[in-house]
Design a protein around this ligand. Structure first.
Ligand SMILES: C[S@@+](CC[C@H](N)C(=O)[O-])C[C@H]1O[C@@H](n2cnc3c(N)ncnc32)[C@H](O)[C@@H]1O
Length: 256
């Protein structure tokens, strides 16, 4: 599909969804006035993240005192079933991240309530839900519909039916979804950020998520090397964070 058709489809998709008009306005503003925001402070943060980075296994042991087992060992059939669903999905979305980190964060925090931004196929949702279901807990997720690919119905498509009773998916931009989610539940055991990667998007959401994370809960953010928003947020709030290197990218996490 040519880029022009994709842009036109996205625009038409937005036009049909008045609830997404605020995000459309923000995207237009960002593309005209704030194009460099995606990479602000990237160089400084790349060095900082590299100097702190450890493996998932080491972070899980150091922070949570848990010996990590690979997801494929603990949940082989779920992983196989979901991988097949991803292969069968007709549209392309963001792939799986550090699943063990998410799963063990929920285990450590004995999580009953978790919130995540960014779902795509639903790999991070699956990791959180496999822990939350043990306590009959709830995962609140936020993701934009994939308007350019007619992909609305595929967001979260790899999540097994049996886990959906523990899952609430909010289909708006974070700036609309998160206030709705916090309106339903004010305190979370685990928060995971993996959506809008701009400096401003992150900074706004980090502050909101942090406010609603209980003391002793776990904060996670993917792709913290994209710009310096996560490092700046931690430094501003005197947070001592861990950094995990995973498939050439960096994930930040800390216990509040
Ligand atoms: C990297 S993917 C998420 C991957 C997922 N967490 C996982 O590990 O399987 C990023 C997602 O963020 C969503 N997204 C981007 N900007 C957003 C926004 N402003 N509000 C809500 N979702 C957004 C995209 O639609 C995309 O599905």
């Amino acid at each position: 599909m040519s880029e022009l058709i994709r842009v036109a489809k996205t625009f038409i998709g937005y036009a049909k969804r008045p609830d997404l008009y605020p995000e459309l306005g923000r995207k237009i503003f960002k593309n005209i006035f704030n194009r460099k925001s995606a990479f602000r402070g990237k160089e400084k943060t790349a060095e900082w993240a590299k100097s702190k980075a450890v493996s998932q296994e080491v972070a899980i042991e150091n922070l949570f005192g848990i010996k990590m087992q690979n997801f494929a060992e603990i949940f082989p059939s779920e992983l196989q079933e979901s991988s097949q669903k991803e292969k069968d999905c007709p549209i392309k979305m963001g792939g799986a991240g550090a699943l063990e980190l998410i799963y063990y964060s929920c285990e450590f925090a004995n999580a009953k309530n978790a919130v995540e931004t960014g779902v795509a196929y639903g790999w991070s949702s699956l990791a959180a839900l496999l822990s939350l279901e043990k306590r009959d807990g709830t995962l609140y997720s936020s993701d934009m519909p994939y308007l350019g690919q007619d992909g609305d119905q595929y967001v979260g498509c790899i999540v097994p039916e049996k886990l959906k009773k523990n899952w609430k998916l909010f289909r708006h931009a974070d700036k609309e979804s998160l206030p709705k989610i916090f309106g339903e539940n004010g305190s979370f055991d685990v928060v995971h950020y993996d959506s809008d990667k701009s400096y401003e998007g992150r900074t706004w959401a980090y502050n909101e998520l942090y406010k609603h994370l209980r003391k002793g809960g776990v904060f996670l953010s993917d792709d913290i090397g994209d710009n310096s928003a996560y490092q700046d947020f931690c430094e501003k709030n005197s947070i001592e964070t861990s950094v995990v290197e995973f498939e050439g990218k960096f994930v930040g996490l800390f216990i509040k």
